[in-house]
Write a protein that binds this ligand. Structure first.
Ligand code: HDE
Length: 710
């Protein structure tokens, strides 16, 4: 094969094949023919020849084969047909739930051994770094939906341990809608687009969702979580993760301890406000995946701690709920969280489809030393994931796709099937056998084990009595929140139920809410202007007043930091460069990323005549993209931007979304034009330290002035 790396293209017509200096067709080299027949120079470098899938070099990738220059395209053009056929088959079925996701590679490092409880090396070998692949997702929307709907976030981690792959397939909420897997298709059908009209996409605010929910009292605890700000996270780097179900850890004697898994973000929990989340969806539908991408590419690696809650069967017997019921949490105040390790995501995938789209998580993927509890939701999931992968990935050999393959040796006698990539040798494909000395055998000393659990009782389609209390933990959650968070839950319910057309569904939901908390039910009834407040629904078990758990708050768990946050500085021609620079330095020192926003993307000419390039043009970079903003303007700049609705939106929405705003005199003039009243969160741009302090939190006291909360 000739070396075509330094090929130079010559202009040509679209009927004369272009050649390089070495005589190779130009399509191989550093030039590409345009539609008019002229050649466009593209970046140089060493290019491999473009070939068909059979390896034959392609001379012309711009024109199909035609009978004559203006004549019909020929069926004979196998290059065209191969390319189009492959293109036609580029999509695989998207996940029925969790279709929209983003993922990254990284590692897990154990910091505290659980050797007392388990044989799993991933949980016993302190300091060892195990590769992981973590995928975060929304649940309801399709793959092309937006990143910031009100929705649960999936939090799935594949640990490539030396004893096999362990998948911890969790969510950012520790409970679920239903108690039994048989209800999963119903809840998913209810939340997805309504089947006759094909909308709404990625939203719970519609009739079928609330109809189903209001007929499913077991979902009430989950309803509190999804109506809280947990479902409108600021960043995927700022969400918690939960394995949800109880699992078991098994020691070398086969003794088991129950365990719940928790991920805790290093950057702390943080959410958006609802109006902001809605606007982000328009401004940047890829807000969360872009944030993750930017963080990893800039070396600010997202990090979580792994925590466990460990408890015995005897402990569980004392809980005022059944831990096998996935609609229940174990409050941290009851069983404290023990931090045992950390996960760092430090590498973006090379290819979205090959890795993020084709990764196949399955809760049944466990390693020796980890086992399942009898949670009926978990046991149903053990079936579902493999089944869905067979459809999505087209056959039983998807485990051979690099992102799914274990990184430890693996061997068995499974053979053949769609897309078999391996070429097993020899005549033996069964076990036991006496014909082969080196074929894989069962390994009692190393192999997966299961807890020996005595089972008794009547077989049947039965819900245990211990699953009957649907309101006590919903009440616990609501009453554990700060006042601002309670108001957000009530307002979210009013927003969602206001989108429900059927009045009886709104009323039935309020009748549930009254059981959770009379104040909450009353606020929502008032927000919906119900003609008559319904009676609370009868409950299957008495509602208990459980001790509040502050660990369930978001505001209480926000970290006092600007690490991982973004500050936007709005400038225009004539802005004072020294003020901009002082804010930039203070914000960067506090760990934030700083972006300059200007009316024109090329930048603004500052007061001293120098040019400050912009990171974003004002119209396309609204303040919803930032955690806090500064407005640094000359008097002329302020007067000019007072005529620009994007500038007024910039400050008005920063204010409405409770952000800190630093202003100089010009910035102040713009705020005055927008009629924004001064408060603690509006600080002088000449005092960057005060701005940094204010930027670390939202201005919760401002909220009653900017919106009518339920
Ligand atoms: Fe899933 N879930 N799920 N789920 N789930 C899927 O598997 C299912 C549940 C979760 O990033 C599907 O590969 C059933 C709870 C995540 O690829 C499917 C039930 C939790 C992801 C499926 C549940 C989850 C999925 C669709 C009730 C938190 C995305 C595509 C019994 C603990 C993983 C796929 C990724 C994906 C079934 C409930 C988490 C259909 C039947 C509870 C994070 O198999």
């Amino acid at each position: 094969m000739p070396d075509r790396s330094d090929a130079k293209a010559k202009p040509t017509s679209n009927t004369t094949p272009a050649t390089t200096a070495q005589g190779a067709p130009a399509g191989y080299g550093d030039a590409q023919r345009g539609t008019g027949g002229e050649l466009h120079q593209v970046a140089g470098g060493t290019h491999a020849p473009l070939t068909t899938n059979q390896g034959a070099p392609i001379a012309d990738n711009q024109n199909s084969l035609k009978a004559n220059p203006r004549g019909p395209t020929l069926l004979e053009d196998f290059i065209l047909r191969e390319k189009i056929t492959h293109f036609d088959h580029e999509r695989i079925p998207e996940r029925i739930v969790h279709a929209r996701g983003t993922a990254a590679h990284g590692y897990f490092e154990l910091t505290e051994s659980l050797a007392q409880f388990t044989t799993a090396s991933i949980l016993t070998e302190v300091g060892v770094k195990t590769p992981v692949f973590a995928r975060f997702s929304t649940v309801a929307g399709g793959a092309g939906s937006v990143d910031t709907p009100r929705d649960v976030r999936g939090f799935a981690v594949k640990f490539y341990t030396k004893e096999g792959n362990w998948d911890l397939v969790g969510n950012n909420i520790p409970v679920f809608f239903i108690q039994d897997a048989i209800k999963f298709p119903d809840v998913v059908h209810a939340v997805k687009m309504e089947p006759d009209r094909g909308f709404p996409q990625s939203a719970t605010a519609h009739d079928t969702f609330w109809d189903f929910i209001s007929l499913t009292p077991e979902s009430m605890h989950m309803v509190m979580w999804i109506m809280s700000d947990r479902t409108i996270p600021r960043s995927l780097r700022m969400i918690e993760g939960f394995g949800v179900h109880s699992f078991r850890l098994l020691d070398d004697q086969g003794r088991s301890t129950f365990v719940k898994f928790h991920w805790r973000p290093k950057l702390g929990l943080q959410s958006t406000v609802w109006d902001e989340a809605v606007k982000i969806a328009g401004a940047d539908p890829d807000f969360h995946r872009r944030d993750m991408f930017n963080a990893i590419q800039s070396g600010n690696f997202p990090e979580w701690e792994l925590g466990v809650q460990l408890f015995t069967e005897a402990d569980a017997a004392k809980f005022p709920f059944d831990h096998l019921d996935a609609t229940k949490i174990i409050p941290e105040e009851t069983v404290p969280l023990k931090i045992i390790g950390r996960m760092v995501l430090d590498r973006w995938p090379d290819n979205f489809f090959a890795e993020t789209e084709q990764v196949a998580f399955c809760p049944a993927n466990i390693v020796r030393g980890i086992d399942f509890s009898n949670d009926p939701l978990l046991l149903g999931r053990l079936f579902s994931y493999l089944d869905t992968q067979l459809l999505r990935l087209g056959g039983p050999n998807f485990n051979q796709i690099p992102v799914n393959a274990p990184k430890c040796p693996f061997a068995n006698h499974q053979r053949d099937g769609h897309m078999q990539m391996q070429q097993p040798k020899g005549r033996v494909a069964y076990e036991p056998n006496s014909l082969s000395d080196d074929s894989p055998r069962e390994a009692p000393d190393l192999g997966l084990r299961h807890a020996l659990v005595p089972e008794q009782g009547d077989k049947g389609r039965i819900r245990p009595e211990t699953f009957a209390d649907h309101y006590s933990q919903a009440r616990l959650f609501y009453r554990s929140q700060t006042r601002a968070e309670q108001a957000h839950i009530a307002s979210a319910l009013v927003f969602e139920l206001s989108k429900v057309e059927h009045v009886h569904v709104r009323e039935r939901m309020v009748a549930h809410l009254l059981n959770i908390d009379p104040d909450l039910g009353g606020r929502v009834a008032d927000g919906l202007a119900l003609d008559q407040v319904p009676e609370p629904l009868p409950t299957a078990a008495p509602v208990q007043d459980l001790p509040p758990s502050p660990a369930l708050q978001i505001i209480g768990k926000m970290k006092d930091t600007l690490q991982g946050r973004e500050i936007g500085i709005l400038v225009a021609d004539g802005s004072d460069g020294a003020t901009v620079e002082a804010i930039r330095q203070a914000a960067s020192a506090a760990g934030a990323t700083v972006k300059i926003v200007a009316p024109k993307v090329g930048g603004a000419v500052l007061a001293d005549g120098s040019k400050l390039p912009a990171d974003g043009q004002l119209a396309g970079t609204p303040s919803v993209m930032f955690d806090a903003v500064a407005v640094v303007l000359s008097a002329d700049g302020a007067a000019m931007l007072a005529q620009e609705s994007a500038a007024l939106d910039f400050v008005c929405f920063a204010y409405a979304h409770l952000k800190a705003i630093a202003v100089d005199a010009g910035g102040d003039a713009l705020l005055a034009h927008a009629r924004l009243a001064p408060d603690q969160g509006i600080v002088s741009a000449s005092d960057p330290d005060r701005f940094i302090t204010a930027a670390k939190t939202r201005q919760w006291d401002r909220e009653p002035q900017v919106r009518m909360l339920a």
